[in-house]
Design a protein around this ligand. Structure first.
Ligand code: ITT
Length: 191
């Protein structure tokens, strides 16, 4: 059977593409001829993930999953949160992480976590899978790999940021990986 992954974010697609979803042929939005930027008007990761997966299921009659994710910083009342992709007002990873660093100037509590909620629409039912990884915000960007806020996030237990890790290393511990493993276990159990 076929399963659509509803994202326009090529970094997410690449990370998720490393996970084998054995029984399924995973299609992207282009494969099904969907070129809309699906509106994310919800006020939580779960609501926005569900809007994306349900859009595809309702309009294309296909089973689908979607990932809504972001960075939540304790000292900023969990901002940028659902606004992570456009925190600075534009979809620009460098502008966004620089705004975070500016707001965190002189702030001693650097604790933060990344969160992913995956929404799955399958056989006319809806499911959610969550992944969280805890860490700290660095004082400057470090590393060249990854995307988004990876250069300023150092996961607990490591002395390197996500942007200093290979995709394989990041995929062993990340918020997205934790949620993906739950999704894959669920699909296997249903098969
Ligand atoms: P789609 O909705 O098309 O999937 P998007 O980029 O708009 O793509 P989100 O609305 O979920 O996705 O926003 C996620 C943002 O959170 C993303 O643009 C990054 O800024 C940040 N983010 C999410 N996961 C991340 C990760 O693993 N590393 C670094 N930043 C991440």
């Amino acid at each position: 059977p076929e399963l659509v992954f509803a994202t326009n974010n090529k970094h997410k697609a690449e990370e998720v593409g490393k996970f084998l979803i054995n029984q399924y042929k995973v299609l992207n939005l282009k494969d099904i001829g969907c070129d809309v930027d699906i509106p994310e008007t919800g006020n939580s990761f779960a609501a926005n993930a569900e809007l994306k997966s349900s859009y595809v299921t309702e309009n294309f009659k296909l089973d689908c999953f979607a990932d809504d994710s972001g960075l939540e910083i304790d000292a900023l009342d969990n901002e940028p949160g659902i606004y992570s992709a456009r925190y600075s007002g534009v979809r620009d990873d460098v502008a966004n992480l620089n705004l975070v660093l500016r707001k965190m100037e002189g702030v001693a509590n650097r604790k933060a976590h990344f969160k992913t909620v995956i929404s799955l629409n399958k056989n006319n039912r809806k499911y959610l899978f969550e992944g969280v990884v805890y860490g700290n915000i660095t004082h400057t960007p470090i590393g060249e790999d990854g995307f988004g806020y990876d250069p300023i996030f150092m996961p607990d237990g490591y002395d390197r940021t996500f942007a200093q890790m290979s995709m394989t290393e990041k995929n062993a511990i990340s918020h997205r990986a934790i949620a993906m493993k739950k999704l894959i276990a669920f699909l296997k159990e249903q098969a």
